[in-house]
Design a protein around this ligand. Structure first.
Ligand SMILES: [Zn+2]
Length: 277
């Protein structure tokens, strides 16, 4: 059994759900993010949020996988502050949906001033509604600076407990600052960019298994929705005990996500309605 706590299933085929179920996936969480194109209106986001909270959970349930979602406007589409505020106005309605865990994946992309302002407004929403937060950190050369800006903004906000915030896409040069500040850290496994399975296992060997998880981030680009069970195989091949593998792939996501009453990884039996759609 495992949980993939960050995967963009709206971009994946139903065959991917079937393969994940066979590999032991019992629950997933899907952050709102860029869909590969810019949406032209707030209504486009409203439809996307309905997909994340209505149709996608039913598609997952047909394979016995519990689907959860995070809601936000991603930094890539938040450069127009007025537009971002219009989309943020939709968020409270969706925080009431039964599969929603909180605000995410918010964060920075190009570390711009507007991105930072929109990020801070999302943090206010999370504090107001007392939700969990999932944060995206920028890639490549901006990662260290972006991670520092993000951690400072959360600390300055003052009301969010670090133990209720997960900073995702950490790498060798950012993981320590995230864990030392009391946050959770996620490693995104990608076939060639971001973090490979071998690098993730190196990081586990250097930093331990506390407050750390791995995810596939399977999306519309080159990515692998089976990255989590494949990384578990790499851990076993390198001599890690079964309980360490289970901690990274199941227990840790369960502890962090379980802080939301909307999270569950209890066995899910597909209903006749799910299968007969
Ligand atoms: Zn993502």
């Amino acid at each position: 059994m495992y949980i993939d706590p960050h995967v963009h299933m709206v971009s994946r085929t139903t065959d991917d759900y079937a393969r994940m179920a066979v590999a032991g996936c019992v629950a997933i969480t899907e952050p709102a993010f860029w869909a590969g194109y810019d949406r032209s209106s707030a209504q486009g986001f409203h439809d996307y949020f309905r997909q994340l909270t209505d149709s996608e959970p039913r598609r997952a349930a047909a394979y016995g996988i519990r689907h959860h979602a995070w809601i936000c406007i991603n930094p890539k589409e938040a450069e127009d502050h007025g537009f971002a505020r219009e989309v943020m106005g939709l968020i409270p309605e969706f925080l009431q949906r039964p599969n929603v865990l909180g605000i995410g994946e918010i964060g920075l992309n190009r570390n711009s001033r507007t991105e930072l302002a929109v990020f801070e407004e999302h943090l206010e929403l999370a504090a107001k509604f007392d939700t969990l937060v999932l944060v995206h950190t920028p890639h490549l050369e901006d990662k260290r600076k972006g991670t520092r800006l993000i951690l400072d903004a959360i600390r300055n906000q003052g009301k969010l407990k670090p133990g209720r915030v997960l900073i995702d896409h950490v790498e060798e040069h950012t993981v320590r600052s995230v864990l030392d500040a009391g946050f959770w850290a996620g490693m995104t496994l990608y076939p060639d960019t971001k973090c490979t399975a071998a690098r993730a296992v190196d990081i586990i060997e250097m930093h331990g298994t506390e407050r750390l998880w791995i995810n596939s981030a399977g999306d519309w680009g080159h990515s692998d929705p089976l990255a989590v069970p494949k990384a578990a195989a790499v851990m076993r091949a390198r001599g890690h005990a079964a309980d360490a593998v289970r901690r990274i792939t199941l227990e840790n996501p369960r502890i962090f996500l379980g802080q939301s009453a909307n999270f569950s990884d209890a066995p899910l039996r597909p209903t006749a309605a799910d299968l007969g759609r």
